[in-house]
Design a protein around this ligand. Structure first.
Ligand code: SAM
Length: 228
């Protein structure tokens, strides 16, 4: 798959089979064993971000860009905590589902807005930019460009998560235990932590907090980078 087409493939996927699959994983209905495991792992990542932000004690009124917001798993609780949330995703179906969920859980609210937009098209300036589990769709040679763009939108902080490229995960992927099953997902890219940290440092940020979430099928490294 060439990198030029990756984005179009990802967009189509999250507007079709990927939408059905991830809407269920990021929901509370019945799912299979692997999906349940991924659901639990992902929720842990979301909870860790929320606990960092709550610990800072300034969440109310804070402007936050949730880039690649999916079905709103992070945006909705952040809006509930009175942050001013600008959520966006490349997939119109994911954004549509996020809007339905936001309405169900928050009613009409003016501190959460949604846009169908890819990351590279985002503008504006936000105290905090958050991008969870989206780098998995970016090959290494596109990651620097993507992170540099998000960094340019972040006044103070950029929070990112990615599947770390470790020997263990590379081996698991080879024997098919990681992202199991044929064509259940798009191509998944892991990233070396040192590469991601370098990109952040080159953009004038330093790492403040970090976390790792691993379940059987879900692996996500979470970094909080603060503008120097
Ligand atoms: N961040 C959300 C979360 O953690 O709940 C969703 C994670 S989901 C694995 C990946 C999301 O990234 C999908 O909703 C997908 O449509 C979105 N996405 C992928 N590539 C994107 C891009 N270039 N720009 C914006 N969104 C993108």
């Amino acid at each position: 798959m060439n990198t030029v087409n990756d984005k179009a493939i990802v967009k189509d996927y999250f507007n079709a089979t990927g939408f059905d699959r991830w809407r269920r994983i990021y929901g509370d209905g019945e799912v299979n064993r692997v999906q349940q495991d991924i659901r639990i792992g992902h929720q842990q990542t979301v909870d860790k971000v929320i606990s960092w932000l709550e610990a800072d004690g300034n969440l109310s009124g804070l402007s936050i860009c949730d880039a690649g917001c999916g079905v709103g798993s992070l945006s909705i609780p952040l809006a509930k905590a009175s942050a001013i949330v600008f959520a966006s995703d490349i997939s119109q179906k994911m954004v549509g589902e996020a809007q339905v969920r936001a309405k169900e859980s928050l009613g009409n609210t003016d501190n959460l807005s949604f846009m169908v937009k890819d990351l590279e098209g985002l503008g504006g300036s936000y105290h905090t930019v958050i991008c969870l589990d989206v780098l998995i769709h970016y090959p290494q040679d596109k990651a620097a460009e993507m992170i540099t763009h998000l960094a340019s939108l972040a006044e103070s902080r950029l929070i990112l998560s990615f599947a770390p490229k470790t020997l263990l995960l590379t081996a698991l992927k080879k024997i098919g235990e990681f992202f199991p099953g044929p064509s259940k997902t798009t191509r998944a890219y892991q990233h070396r932590e040192a590469d991601i940290v370098n990109i952040l440092v080159n953009n004038g940020f330093s790492i403040q907090r970090q976390e790792m979430t691993s379940t059987r099928f879900y692996y996500s490294r979470l970094l909080e980078a603060i503008r120097n």
